[in-house]
Design a protein around this ligand. Structure first.
Ligand SMILES: [Zn+2]
Length: 439
């Protein structure tokens, strides 16, 4: 498997540096290895897959400066500062994951330190997406809730609108009375009463729940289409959706994940939380959400791999329709990604053409022995060889789409310290829609 952006990486970097030297003063500064990430500028679309080593978190900076946090995971052991899974916490365990996410956002926010989040969204109610509640999780100054993941981020940074899959009842598929959900609901209530937080249920089919809050008319090609939630999937017609879940079944939390498609000009991105599609021999057909979602999503440029590279995600049909040029994997355990998923992602029989894979937290010392326990010597050796070939195995992954959406680059940012610089530059890639329009 050849990956041009990796093979030609030194050439790309040199070209990036040289073109930065001769570009006009008005042009956006280009990213260069070893230097800080150049700030977002108006017209750009930034997607920052933030690596804390303890779950999922992504910050979107939309073309008019609207900000949107997707998930704020934090999985830690009780009585220890270590993560519950075996990836190392980033930058280290001196601060909690929620605090690391806040620091990251403050560093890149278009309005600087004091900037609020226009949107926050939870793909589903698992702790690697919203934060583990531990006995030692500190209590907010207000005394109303404990701080972990999304409640910690939202306590520090004002959130204007929070979207989740089940506001306001929290009763689907069954009433949720667990301590983590009660803490989350106490957070929502206090923030609504004291800080003006709005909360809404994400509804499959709609394209008006996430939008540009500052200058929507300046970027008319921008759209976020809600594709799925609670097993309901957009039909592709208007804003209608229909359920994939038969009457009387009990889906699990991952089955209920939100999914959306973001388009900006010729550029398209997909995120489906932890939804599944690869059926085990004994699984019911309705657990395959990915196939229904693929029909209405279509080809994309960039794809956040469903369920972190767990074997039930990224089925062959789903990949054959989306055909991602860039895969982003939010990884925090030895099992991620498994060899089956890696084979599917790399297979040119599933879809032709080059593709680049970026993982957030994969290549750490000590991982090999855990992988051998899971996959055996032979499969582990095969996977580690692949890890050596792919675009990046460690760091924050920043997709930076150029104004208008015709091209984008992927910038890997050092996650070992709070102010880490750019570690590698990949691309620029031509967005699919631009390539189609030129034919
Ligand atoms: Zn997850």
């Amino acid at each position: 498997m050849r990956h041009p952006s990796v093979r030609f990486f030194p050439v790309v970097c040199l070209a990036v540096v040289l073109s930065g030297l001769v570009s006009s003063p008005a042009a956006a500064p280009l990213a260069a290895v070893g230097h800080p990430l150049p700030p977002w500028q108006r017209g750009m679309l930034d997607i920052h897959q933030i690596n804390t080593g303890t779950g999922n978190a992504a910050l979107f900076i939309l073309p008019d400066g609207t900000t949107w946090l997707l998930d704020a995971g934090a999985v830690n052991r009780s009585g220890s500062r270590e993560p519950r899974y075996d990836a190392p916490q980033r930058p280290d365990t001196s601060v909690r994951a929620g605090q690391s996410i806040v620091r990251y956002i403050r560093r890149v926010h278009p309005e600087g330190e004091g900037g609020a989040l226009d949107y926050a969204m939870l793909t589903h109610f698992h702790d690697d997406h919203m934060g583990t509640l531990l006995p030692e999780s500190p209590t907010a100054k207000s005394g109303a809730y404990q701080l972990t993941g999304i409640t910690e981020v939202g306590d520090e940074l004002r959130i204007r609108l929070l979207l989740d899959r089940d506001w306001p009842e929290y009763s689907y598929p069954a009433p949720s009375g667990g301590a983590m959900m009660l803490n989350y609901r106490a957070f929502l209530q206090w923030q609504r009463e004291h800080r003006g937080l709005q909360v809404a249920r994400f509804e499959a089919g709609r394209n008006d729940q996430i939008g540009l809050r500052r200058a929507p008319r300046d970027f008319p090609s921008f759209e976020v289409r809600n594709i799925a939630a609670n097993g309901r999937v957009w039909t592709g017609a208007g804003t209608t959706a229909r359920t994939r879940f038969p009457e009387g079944i009990m889906p699990n939390e991952n089955n209920c994940s939100l999914a959306f498609r973001l388009t900006y000009g010729a550029f398209t991105y997909f995120n489906g939380g932890d939804m599944a599609g690869q059926l085990a021999p004994t699984s019911a057909a309705w657990t395959d959400l990915e196939s229904a979602v693929a029909w209405v999503t279509g080809p994309v440029d960039v794809h956040a791999l469903n369920h972190h590279g767990t074997p039930d995600g990224a089925n062959a049909f789903f990949l054959s329709v989306l055909q991602p040029r860039v895969h982003i994997l939010s990884t925090y355990a030895s099992s991620q990604p498994g060899p089956e998923v890696m084979r599917r992602m790399l297979s040119e029989r599933i879809y032709p053409g080059p593709r680049d894979i970026f993982m957030t937290n994969t290549h750490w010392p000590g991982r090999r022995e855990h992988m051998v326990k899971l996959y055996g010597e032979k499969e582990t050796a095969w996977l580690l060889e692949r890890f050596g070939e792919i675009a990046s195995t460690q760091g924050h992954v920043v997709v930076r789409v150029e104004p208008g959406g015709a091209r984008y680059s992927v910038l890997v940012v050092d996650d070992s310290k709070v102010d880490g610089g750019v570690r590698s530059v990949h691309g620029p890639y031509e967005s699919r829609g631009a390539a189609r329009a030129a034919r």
